[in-house]
Write a new protein. Structure first.
Lengths: 482, 922
C-alpha cells in the first residue's frame, strides 16, 4: 500500500515531463507585466520580455517593446521574472556520488545521470533551470561533469553542455588521511607523465615502423620525438581527460573541505598549470583560507551549510561564523548551493541568497550567487545566468520578490519552453492535498485509483487553494520531496 | 607540453617555494620587552642576562642585551619584571601529523606537511612553551616520506619553516613487516591483468638496508613508480636522513646506514644509552632523545626482568654540547616534557645542556637554527615568558610571542604569587625570602615556598624587595571632592564610592590601599565613617565596611557636660538596639518553637486605618474598573465595579458585589510589570480567601481567580482613571503564624548597633586632658565601647589611662604639640608611652603622602615597627576591619605593597601595589 503512492507519483511526473516536451513550443512568446530582475542590467518595474526560438530577443518597459504580431502573449502582472537559477554542483542526479576507486578520470557523468530522478523535478520546482552534475568529494580525481536541464527523457535531451569540469579533492576521502590523499593525487599526475612518455615512445616506434626505419635513438629521445606524434585517439579515456584538463578544456573543480586543504590545492593545481581554470568547492573551515583563495583570483562554490561552528580549544566557547560573508569580505566570487538533505528551507536557492542578505551581503551579490556566478564558473556565462538579449531564454517566474520566503515559483522557462507551471504540478498538488485531507486518505485514494492519479492531476487547478496551502504543504513536502 | 621531469620539478619546487616563503608574508610585531631574565641560547658563550632588554622589529629580533640597551622611542615597551624569557621550545619529534595511510614500504610521496593545518589553533601547545615542531609522516614504514618543520602560530604562510626537511627512515619494529602491496588497475583488461598483491621488504632487521639501498637505486629507472620517483627527488635534494629507532641496536644501525648511504643524518628515539651513546657520540651523530618521566605511570614495576632499567641519561654528556635534543618519548604528553627535562638534571647533566636540548639544539638539528631556537639579532621573535626559571617545576608559561606578536597569554585564574627578600607580615616579624600566594583576592598562603596554582602570576620582586601589608589611612576625605558639609549617621559615605578615579589611583599607587572615609566635620548627632579600598572595579569591590565607626566631636564643650552629651546620643541608640535584640531573641525562640512543632495558631489580623491618602498619579491600575468574572462553576457571570489605587507596587481596592451592593470587599495585590496578583478579602464561610493572578495592559485587565478548587476567569476595562477615595488600610505586622516581625529600620540609628556591639569604635574628637578624661570615662569605662581618640592634643598626659584600655589615638604622622618651650612629636611620645597610635592623612588624594610623612615620624625618633604598625594593623584593629586588612596573613585581603628596598630607606620607592590581588596598574 505504501509502495503504490510513490509509483503513482512517478507516473504522474513522467506524464508531466513528456507532455511539456511533446508540445512544440510557440516560436515566439512575450512575457508582459512582471517585474524583471535581469541580474545584469537595471531592474524593470513592469517589463516585457520577448522570446524567439528559445532566445531572448527583446527586454524593456512594458509598452515600449515591440511585440511581434504572431507572438503568444502571457500576462504576468504582479510577478517577478529572474534568470533561471543554476545549481553549481550536484551529485544528486547520479545513482551514487563517487566510485570506490580513488582515481577515476576516465568517468563521465553522462553515463549515470538518471533523467527520472526526483531530484530534477524538485530542482525545477525550486526555480533551477540548469544543474551542473558532478561527482561528489569522496574521491581523489573523479570523472567529467556535465551541465543539464532538469527536464528531458534522455541524457541527450537534457544536456546543455558536457566536458565541463573534473572533480578533484584535496580533502581526504574515506579511509585516507591527508598525506595519502595528496600522495595519491601527486601520484596520478606523475603516472600521467609516465603514461604520456611511454605513449610517445610507442608512437615514435610505430611511425618508424611505418617508414620501415629502425629505431636508433635513446628512449629519452624517442619520447621527445614521439610526443608530437600522439593523436587524441591514441590516449585512453583516463589519460585523455587529464590531458584535456591540462590543456584547459576541462576545469578542475577542487574540493577543499578544510582551510588546510587549500594550500595543497593551490600548489598542485599550480604545478599542473591549471590554477587559472580552478574552481574551489569549499566546506568546513575553508573560509579561514579565504585570503589565500582570494590571492588566486579564483571563485568558490560554497557548501549548503552557510554557518560554521567551532569550539575554542582554550575556553570551550562555541563560535559561529557566517561563511559567505568571509568570502565576500575577502573579495572572492562565490556561488551558493541549495541543500538536498538539509533543512527544508535550504533546498531553495532563494533562501540561501536571503540568508546572505540577512547577514550583511549586498542583495545584488546574493542574487548573482545563485545565477550568473555559477554560469561564469561553468563557462556558460555568455548564454545563461542573466536576462540579456541574445541569451538563452531560461527564466523563472516567481510570485513575489525572490528573497521573500513567501514567494514561490510559478513558472519556469527553459529554452523558451514552459518547463514548469505550478498550476500543472501534479505532485505538488497531490502533496498539498494529502497534507490537507490526511495522509491515510491520500494513500487509500492512490491505492484505489492507481494509474488514475495522473488523470486526477489534470483536473483544473485552483490557484488560490494552491497558494494558501503553500505553507501547509511544507510538512508533507518534507517527507515526500525526495 | 612541458616534460614530465619539469612538471615533477614544479610539483616539488612549489614545496620548496612554500618553505622559503615566496608567497606574501605578514609583517610581524614590533616591541621592546624589558625587566626579564633572558636566556638567549644564541651561541656557546652567551649566558643569562639579568634585567635584560629584547627588541623586536617586524617580527624579527634586532637586539638582545642588558638594561643599558637603548630602546627606540617608537616601540611599545612591555615590562615583564621578574619573569624569565627563553626561546620557544623546538620539539624535534611529534606525532602531530599522524601516520600516513599508504601501504608502500618505501615512498617519497608522503609529505608530513600535507597533514599540517596552517590555520590550526595550537594554543594548547603554545601554553606548554612550544613554538616550533617537527612533523614526521609516520614510524610505520621503512621510508615513510618527508618530514617538515613548522611553527604553531602566526600567519598561515609564515608557519612553514621547511616543507621538506628530511627523508624519514624507520629502523624500528613497526617498519619491518609492511603489508602486501596491491596496485589496483583502473581499467583492467585481457592485456592488462590484475596482478596479485606483492609482498614488500623488509621483513627483518637484516633486510632494512638492502631494501632501502635497492629502492634508492631503482628510483632512477625509467619505469620507477611514482613513489620511487618522488623518493629520488627528495634524495637528490640532499635532505638529511632522519632515522627513527626503537632500541640501541637500531640506533647503532643508523650510524652504519649514514655511512653506507653517504648521507648526513640524525637519530630519533628513546633507547638504551649505555650500549649506544659512545658509538653515536664518536661518529658525531646528533640525537633527538625521547625523554620520559615516571609521573604518569609511577606504579610501573620491573619485577625480575633484568632487561629493564630506568634510563640513565648521564651518558648524554658524551655527546657534543650542541648535538643532543630532547623530545617527549612516544606516549609522553608534551605538557610533561619540561618536567622530564628538569629531572634530567638529576642525572648530572648541567642546566645549560638541558635548556639547549629544548631550544637551540633541536633547531640546529632540524636545520632551522638560523631562524628559531635562540634569541639573537636576525632570528624570528618566537619566545616564551616564564614566571620563573623554565626548569623550575613550578614555573608557568605566562605569555608566548610569535613573530613578536602575542600568541598566547595565560589566564591568571585569580592567583598571584609575590616573592620578595623581606616580608613584613604585621605579625611582629620580618620574614626573609618569603612568598605570598593570593588567590581570588585573599591571601592564601605565606611561607618560604608557596603553591603555584595553574595560571598564577608570579611576581618575583627580588632579594632586595620588601613587602608590607597595604597601608590603612585612619581618617581620610578621599572621594568627598572637597564637599565640606557635615554629615549625619544616616549618611553613608561609602555611597560615594565607585569606579576609582585619578585621585584614588594616585593614593592606591602610593601604597595606601584602604582609607577610612570621614567627612570634614561631624554632624551634631555624630557622623558615620566608612572603610573602603582605594582601587577596585566598583563599589562592591572596594567596600570594606560601610559603618566602620561613628564619630563625634566634643572639643570645646564644658567637660562636665561631655558625659551627658554622649549619653544623649547613646540613649536612643540603645533603645533601638534593645528592640532589635528583643526581636532577635523572639525570632530565635520562635524558630526553636517552630523546629519543635509548637508554632502558635495564626493570630487574628488587626486592621488599622491609615488616614493619609496618597496623591493620585497616572498609573496602569488606579481608577474605576468594570469587571466581569465567569466560570463553568458559576451559574452566571459576575459583574461589578471595582475601584483600585496603586501605591508603589502595591495596590488596594474596593469591589462591589452584585448581590450585596452596599458591602465593599477589600482587594489587595501587587503589580509586577504587567503582572498582577493578590487576594480578595471576602467572607466565603470558611473556604479561604480567593486569590487572583493576571495581567494588566492599556486599561484592560485579564486573569483568573482561584478559590480552592474553583477557578474563574475575569476581565475588566478601566472606565475612569480618576482616583476613588477610600481609606487605605495597612495590616499590622503580626504574622499569621506568630512569627516575630523585625522593628522598622532607622537609618540614623542603624550604625550605632555595630558600635554598641563592640564591632566598630566610637571616634571622639577630644583635646584637653579634661575632655579626654570625660570621654574615656563615659565611653570606655561606663559603656565599655571601643574608643578612638581624635585630636587628642594632650593625650600624652593621659598616656597611662589610654595604654591600659586599648584606646587608639588617631594622629597625623607629623603632629607636634607644644609643652612649654618644647615641641613634642606626639606620635613618638605616645608610642613610647605604650599608647596605640594610628596615622591619618586628613586629606583627599593627599593621602598618597602618608608613606612619605611616616619617614618624618621616623626622623623624630619613633620606632620603625611602631610607624609600620600605625599605618597597617593599628588602624585596621581600631576600626574592627582587621579581619580584612592590616596584615599579611592567610584569610585576609590580598593587599600588598612591594618596595624595592626597605620602606624606610629614603631612596626606596613603591614598585607595585596589589589590592584584592589585583595589581594597581602604573
Amino acid at each position: 500500500m505504501k509502495l503504490m503512492y510513490p509509483l503513482a507519483a512517478a507516473i504522474a511526473v513522467c506524464a508531466m515531463s513528456s507532455s511539456t516536451l511533446a508540445q512544440m513550443p510557440p516560436s515566439k512568446i512575450a512575457l508582459s507585466g512582471a517585474r524583471i530582475i535581469p541580474i545584469i542590467g537595471d531592474e524593470i518595474e513592469e517589463g516585457t520580455i520577448v522570446i524567439e526560438r528559445g532566445k531572448i530577443t527583446a527586454i524593456g518597459v512594458m509598452g515600449e517593446v515591440d511585440i511581434p504580431f504572431d507572438a503568444m502573449e502571457m500576462d504576468l502582472e504582479g510577478m517577478v521574472i529572474m534568470p533561471g537559477f543554476i545549481h553549481a554542483a550536484s551529485a544528486d542526479g547520479l545513482d551514487r556520488d563517487n566510485e570506490s576507486l580513488p582515481v577515476t578520470p576516465y568517468l563521465d557523468v553522462y553515463d549515470a545521470v538518471d533523467p527520472s530522478s526526483l531530484f530534477f523535478e524538485q530542482a525545477l520546482r525550486s526555480g533551477i533551470t540548469a544543474v551542473h552534475v558532478i561527482q561528489g568529494p569522496n574521491t581523489v580525481i573523479g570523472g567529467v561533469s556535465r551541465l543539464v536541464r532538469p527536464i528531458g527523457l534522455s541524457m541527450d535531451e537534457m544536456s546543455i553542455r558536457g566536458d565541463l569540469a573534473m572533480v578533484i579533492s584535496t580533502s581526504p576521502r574515506n579511509g585516507f588521511d591527508r598525506m595519502a590523499q595528496l600522495a595519491t593525487l601527486r601520484e596520478a599526475f606523475i603516472d600521467l607523465d609516465n603514461a604520456i612518455d611511454s605513449l610517445a615512445e610507442r608512437r615514435y616506434e610505430e611511425e618508424q615502423e611505418k617508414k620501415d626505419e629502425d629505431v636508433n635513438v635513446s628512449p629519452q629521445e624517442a619520447r621527445d620525438l614521439g610526443r608530437e606524434l600522439i593523436r587524441d585517439e591514441d590516449y585512453n579515456d583516463g589519460v585523455y581527460n587529464l590531458v584535456r584538463l591540462r590543456r584547459g578544456e576541462l576545469s578542475p573543480w577542487v574540493y577543499t573541505g578544510a582551510a588546510m586543504d587549500v594550500a595543497p590545492a593551490i600548489e598542485i593545481m599550480g604545478s599542473q598549470d591549471v590554477l587559472e581554470n580552478t574552481v574551489f568547492v569549499v566546506g568546513g573551515d575553508a573560509h579561514k583560507a579565504s585570503g589565500q583563495i582570494a590571492s588566486t583570483g579564483r571563485p568558490v562554490v560554497l557548501g549548503p551549510n552557510l554557518l560554521y561552528r567551532e569550539r575554542d580549544p582554550m575556553t570551550g566557547r562555541l563560535d559561529e561564523v557566517f561563511v559567505p560573508k568571509q568570502f565576500h569580505d575577502a573579495g572572492v566570487t562565490f556561488a551558493l548551493l541549495p541543500s538536498q538533505s538539509g533543512a527544508f528551507a535550504e533546498r531553495y536557492p532563494t533562501f540561501q541568497a536571503a540568508q546572505c542578505v540577512r547577514n550583511g551581503i549586498p542583495r545584488q551579490t546574493a542574487l548573482e550567487a545563485i545565477t550568473i556566478n555559477a554560469a561564469n564558473m561553468l563557462g556558460v556565462g555568455d548564454s545563461l545566468g542573466s536576462i540579456e538579449v541574445g541569451k538563452t531564454a531560461n527564466l523563472v517566474v516567481l510570485s513575489g520578490d525572490p528573497l521573500d520566503f513567501n514567494s514561490w515559483v510559478e513558472k519556469s522557462f527553459i529554452d523558451g519552453i514552459l518547463a514548469y507551471d505550478r498550476e500543472k504540478d501534479t505532485r505538488l498538488k497531490q502533496l498539498l492535498d494529502a497534507g490537507k485531507s490526511g495522509e491515510e486518505e491520500a494513500e487509500d485514494e492512490a491505492e484505489e485509483n492507481g494509474d488514475e492519479a495522473a488523470d486526477a492531476a489534470e483536473a483544473p487547478a485552483d490557484a488560490e487553494t494552491g497558494g494558501d496551502a503553500g505553507s501547509d504543504g511544507d510538512g508533507s513536502g518534507n517527507g515526500e520531496g525526495r | 607540453m612541458p616534460s614530465a621531469l619539469s612538471r615533477i620539478a614544479l610539483l616539488f619546487g612549489v614545496l620548496v617555494a612554500l618553505a622559503f616563503g615566496v608567497a606574501p608574508v605578514q609583517a610581524g610585531g614590533s616591541i621592546a620587552i624589558t625587566g626579564a631574565r633572558i636566556l638567549p641560547m644564541a651561541d656557546a658563550s652567551s649566558t643569562a642576562i639579568d634585567n635584560g632588554v629584547l627588541i623586536v622589529r617586524d617580527g624579527v629580533i634586532v637586539a638582545v642585551g642588558d638594561s643599558s640597551t637603548v630602546i627606540p622611542g617608537d616601540l611599545p615597551v612591555i615590562d615583564v619584571r621578574g619573569a624569565t624569557i627563553m626561546p620557544g621550545m623546538v620539539i624535534a619529534d611529534t606525532v602531530l601529523a599522524g601516520r600516513h595511510a599508504g601501504d608502500e614500504s618505501v615512498s617519497g610521496l608522503y609529505h608530513a606537511i600535507d597533514a599540517f593545518n596552517r590555520f590550526g589553533d595550537y594554543r594548547p601547545l603554545l601554553a606548554e612553551g612550544v613554538t616550533t615542531v617537527h612533523l614526521n609522516p609516520g614510524d610505520h614504514r621503512l621510508v615513510s616520506g618527508a618530514g617538515a618543520v613548522v611553527r604553531l602560530s602566526g600567519y598561515w604562510n609564515d608557519r612553514v619553516l621547511n616543507a621538506a626537511s628530511d627523508v624519514t627512515v624507520n629502523l624500528g619494529n613497526a617498519a619491518r613487516n609492511p603489508p602486501n602491496l596491491l596496485d589496483p588497475l583502473s581499467q583492467p583488461s585481457a592485456d592488462n591483468l590484475i596482478v596479485p598483491a606483492q609482498p614488500q621488504r623488509p621483513s627483518s632487521r637484516m633486510e632494512e638496508w638492502p631494501a632501502l639501498r635497492d629502492a634508492i637505486e631503482q628510483s632512477t629507472n625509467a619505469d620507477a613508480s611514482a613513489h620511487l620517483v618522488a623518493l629520488r627527488r627528495l634524495w637528490d635534494a640532499n635532505l638529511p636522513m632522519r632515522v627513527q629507532a626503537d632500541d640501541a641496536l637500531d640506533a647503532r644501525k643508523a650510524v652504519e646506514v649514514f655511512d653506507l648511504a653517504g648521507r648526513d643524518g640524525y637519530v630519533v628515539g628513546s633507547f638504551d644509552l649505555d650500549t649506544s651513546a659512545s658509538m653515536l657520540a664518536a661518529s658525531g651523530t646528533s640525537v633527538v632523545f625521547g625523554l620520559s618521566t615516571p609521573v604518569r605511570n609511577a606504579a610501573r614495576d620491573f619485577g625480575d626482568d633484568a632487561r629493564l632499567s630506568d634510563p640513565d641519561l648521564s651518558a648524554l654528556a658524551l655527546f657534543d654540547a650542541d648535538s643532543v635534543a630532547f623530545a617527549p618519548a612516544r606516549g609522553l604528553p608534551l605538557s610533561d616534557l619540561r618536567l622530564a627535562a628538569a629531572t634530567a638534571l638529576r642525572h648530572g647533566l648541567d642546566r645549560e645542556f638541558v635548556l639547549r636540548a629544548l631550544t637551540s639544539n633541536p633547531a640546529k638539528i632540524l636545520g632551522v637554527g638560523d631562524r628559531v631556537g635562540s634569541l639573537a639579532p636576525g632570528r624570528l621573535a618566537d619566545f616564551v615568558v616564564y614566571s620563573d626559571d623554565p626548569l623550575s617545576p613550578t614555573a608557568l608559561v605566562q605569555r608566548v610571542y610569535m613573530n613578536g606578536q602575542l600568541a598566547f597569554k595565560a589566564d591568571h585564574a585569580g592567583s598571584v604569587v609575590v616573592r620578595a627578600g623581606t616580608v613584613w607580615t604585621g605579625e611582629g616579624e620580618y620574614l626573609r625570602d618569603t612568598e605570598v600566594l593570593v588567590t581570588d583576592g585573599k591571601i592564601a598562603e605565606v611561607g618560604p615556598r608557596v603553591a603555584r596554582p595553574k595560571g598564577a602570576i608570579v611576581i618575583d620582586a627580588g632579594p632586595d624587595a620588601f613587602v608590607t601589608p597595604g597601608f590603612v589611612d585612619g581618617r581620610s576625605h578621599l572621594g568627598l571632592d572637597g564637599d565640606r558639609s557635615a554629615t549625619g549617621t544616616n549618611n553613608d559615605l561609602s555611597d560615594l564610592v565607585g569606579v576609582p578615579g585619578p585621585a584614588e589611583h594616585r593614593v592606591a599607587s602610593s601604597g595606601v590601599t584602604s582609607v577610612v572615609m570621614s567627612p570634614y566635620s561631624f554632624g551634631r548627632s555624630g557622623s558615620r565613617l566608612s572603610a573602603v579600598k582605594t582601587f577596585g572595579e566598583g563599589r562592591a569591590d572596594r567596600l570594606i565596611r560601610s559603618s566602620a565607626a561613628i564619630a563625634l566631636d566634643v572639643r570645646g564643650s564644658d567637660p562636665i557636660t561631655i558625659g551627658r552629651q554622649i549619653e544623649q546620643r547613646l540613649g536612643p541608640a540603645k533603645q533601638y538596639d534593645e528592640k532589635w535584640k528583643k526581636y532577635e531573641n523572639d525570632l530565635a525562640e520562635w524558630e526553636k518553637a517552630q523546629a519543635e512543632g509548637k508554632v502558635k495558631k495564626p493570630a487574628e489580623p488587626e486592621v488599622v486605618v491609615d488616614e493619609a491618602a496618597d496623591k493620585p498619579k497616572a498609573d496602569p491600575i488606579t481608577g474605576t474598573w468594570e469587571m466581569r468574572a465567569e466560570s463553568e462553576m458559576l451559574p452566571e457571570p459576575i459583574e461589578g465595579e471595582v475601584a483600585l489605587k496603586l501605591n508603589g507596587s502595591e495596590f488596594e481596592g474596593r469591589a462591589t458585589a452584585p448581590e450585596a451592593a452596599e458591602v465593599e470587599h477589600r482587594i489587595v495585590g501587587t503589580l509586577d510589570g504587567e503582572n498582577i496578583s493578590g487576594s480578595i478579602e471576602i467572607d466565603t464561610g470558611g473556604f479561604g480567601t480567593p486569590t487572583f493572578t493576571g495581567t494588566v495592559k492599556d486599561g484592560v485587565m485579564e486573569g483568573t481567580i482561584t478559590l480552592g478548587p474553583i477557578t474563574a476567569t475575569f476581565s475588566g476595562e478601566r472606565t475612569s482613571t480618576e482616583e476613588v477615595q477610600f481609606r487605605v488600610t495597612r495590616r499590622r505586622a503580626t504574622g499569621d503564624d506568630g512569627r516575630p516581625k523585625p522593628p522598622p529600620i532607622d537609618e540614623s540609628l542603624e550604625p550605632w548597633r555595630a558600635v554598641l556591639a563592640g564591632e566598630a569604635p566610637l571616634v571622639v574628637g577630644a583635646s584637653t586632658p579634661q575632655e579626654i578624661d570625660a570621654v574615656v570615662e563615659t565611653v570606655a569605662q561606663k559603656n565599655e565601647l571601643r574608643l578612638v581618640l581624635l585630636g587628642a592634643e594632650f593625650a600624652d598626659t593621659r598616656a597611662e589611662t589610654l595604654s591600659g584600655r586599648d584606646i587608639v589615638v588617631l594622629t597625623s604622622p607629623g603632629r607636634f604639640v607644644r609643652r612649654g618651650n618644647d615641641e613634642l612629636h606626639l606620635p613618638t611620645v605616645l608610642s613610647n608611652a605604650g599608647v596605640a597610635v594610628a596615622f591619618q592623612s586628613e586629606a583627599e588624594d593627599g593621602a598618597r603622602n602618608l608613606g612619605s610623612v611616616a619617614l618624618f615620624a621616623l626622623q623624630q625618633g619613633m620606632s620603625p615597627s611602631a610607624v609600620m604598625r600605625a599605618m597597617t594593623e593599628v588602624p585596621a584593629w581600631a576600626y574592627g576591619i582587621d579581619d580584612r586588612v592590616g596584615k599579611i596573613k592567610p584569610g585576609l585581603d590580598g593587599d600588598l605593597v612591594i618596595f624595592d628596598g626597605h620602606p624606610f630607606d629614603a631612596s626606596t620607592r613603591v614598585r607595585r601595589v596589589l589590592i584584592n590581588g589585583q595589581e594597581v596598574q602604573p
